[in-house]
Design a protein around this ligand. Structure first.
Ligand SMILES: NC(=O)c1ccc[n+]([C@@H]2O[C@H](COP(=O)([O-])OP(=O)(O)OC[C@H]3O[C@@H](n4cnc5c(N)ncnc54)[C@H](O)[C@@H]3O)[C@@H](O)[C@H]2O)c1
Ligand SMILES: [Zn+2]
Length: 379
């Protein structure tokens, strides 16, 4: 059954959830995934032992869609929701907004046991997580991600941060949530471009870890693009599961977690060189094609795998060539200034086959130039 989030008249539905266990060392938690999961948030908070005030941080767009609904669910569960609504967008992910939220927590008389709930995309998740991690040295945190990016990526793994100066995510910490509740029906409201951004991370996850899932995406991409309810639940659950297993093996980002950056080396360069007119997911899509071409040129991977990736990305509505207005030297320059460089060398995640990647620090600069050149033509 396909339904968008809507609290009116939905009480009688029995909701079946997918549950994913995330086994982080000091704080294992579970993720509930399914259409209608928003209705489960109060039960989940009560199961975790919370009562009284719940500080819900969200943005104006998300508040308009689900704020009243979530408040109603929480009240019915006997909790006292306190909504804190900020403007939408990356510009809010900073210390000033964090400081305003600290002030609100002071005003509300928040205690160490007062849970914070992040209702929104990755911006809200990262910011709320940062505030929760630092206020009283840690308030309980529950993520209720409402974008595809947040459901498959940012709500899992415990990275919380704000931006400072010209850098992104440079002030932050690792802070695991107590729970994640992902209502896949909320994704029906997402603008097309935001949804496609998330699909880039979905395809990335299949490429790095799960050939069978890649095959599933090839067979079902129309249903994925159409946001069919059951397909969405499955796609979010599998992708979140891939991230969870990678994070479980490398919680503090010391090695393996690097593979999640497949497509991001060139991707970040393109994003920055385009002055962010190319969205993150779009840039990652192009970056994945670049990394795959490099792998093929270095004879690490076969050219036919390149074609499969490119075709899937195109069918998902993602770009596979660098737009002409983005200057190649700017891309390389941005890559050279990336914080993820290791001892002055660019780190690439290169596919060996579909579903398996290698971390490589030995890609010749000339190879990167040539690949970028070819990618303008989209060949
Ligand atoms: N912590 C991590 O591991 C991690 C991983 C990936 C990304 N991130 C961070 O996540 C952020 C990007 O997240 P994002 O892509 O979710 O963007 P976002 O949080 O900016 O959300 C995108 C837009 O969608 C709107 N929105 C949210 N849910 C909606 C819905 N259901 N329907 C309609 N509109 C909705 C928001 O108001 C916003 O305008 C970046 O700051 C990035 O650094 C963090
Ligand atoms: Zn990404």
């Amino acid at each position: 059954m396909r339904r968008a989030v809507d609290c009116a008249g939905r009480w009688h539905h029995r909701i079946e959830m997918k549950t994913l266990e995330v086994r982080c060392s000091d704080n294992p938690y579970r993720m509930l995934i399914g259409a209608g999961a928003l209705e489960m948030v109060a039960d989940e908070l009560i199961r975790l032992g919370f009562s009284g005030t719940v500080v819900v941080v969200t943005d104006e767009t998300v508040a308009g869609l689900f704020g009243a609904c979530l408040e109603e669910y929480l009240r019915r569960g006997g909790l006292l929701p306190q909504l804190e609504v900020i403007s939408p967008g990356e510009a809010q992910k900073n210390l000033e907004t964090a400081s305003a939220l600290y002030s609100r927590l002071n005003d509300l008389g928040a205690e160490r046991s007062t849970p914070m709930l992040a209702l929104g995309g990755g911006v809200i998740g990262d910011l709320t997580g940062f505030v929760a991690a630092t206020y009283f040295r840690g308030l309980p945190l529950v993520h209720v991600p409402t974008t595809l990016v947040a459901q498959v990526d940012s709500s899992i793994g415990g990275k919380v941060a704000v931006n400072h100066g010209r850098l992104k995510n440079n002030i932050g910490s690792f802070y695991q949530p107590a729970s994640v509740v992902a209502d896949t029906a909320s994704l029906l409201h997402l603008p097309e471009r935001e949804y496609r951004n998330g699909l880039a991370e979905v395809i990335k996850s299949a490429m790095i870890r799960d050939a069978q899932f890649f095959g599933y995406l090839e067979s079902n991409i129309e249903r994925v693009v159409a946001r069919d309810s059951e397909t969405l639940e499955y796609v979010v659950a599998v992708t979140a599961g891939i991230k969870a297993t990678v994070v479980e093996e490398d919680e503090k980002d010391m090695g393996l977690r690097n593979i999640l950056n497949f497509g991001h080396t060139v991707g970040h360069g393109i994003e920055t060189a385009s002055a962010f007119s190319i969205a993150h997911g779009e840039a990652v899509a192009i970056g994945m094609v670049a990394a795959t071409r490099i792998a093929s040129s270095m004879q690490i991977m076969s050219a036919s795998c390149c074609e499969r990736l490119k075709t899937l990305l195109q069918r998902a509505g993602l770009p596979v060539a660098v737009p002409l207005h983005v200057d190649r030297d700017d891309v390389v320059d941005a890559m050279m200034h990336d914080k993820k460089r290791v001892k002055g060398r660019l780190r690439f995640i290169l596919p060996v086959s579909i579903g398996e990647v290698q971390i490589r620090d030995d890609v010749p600069a000339e190879q990167v130039y040539q690949t970028l050149e070819a990618l303008y033509a989209g060949t």
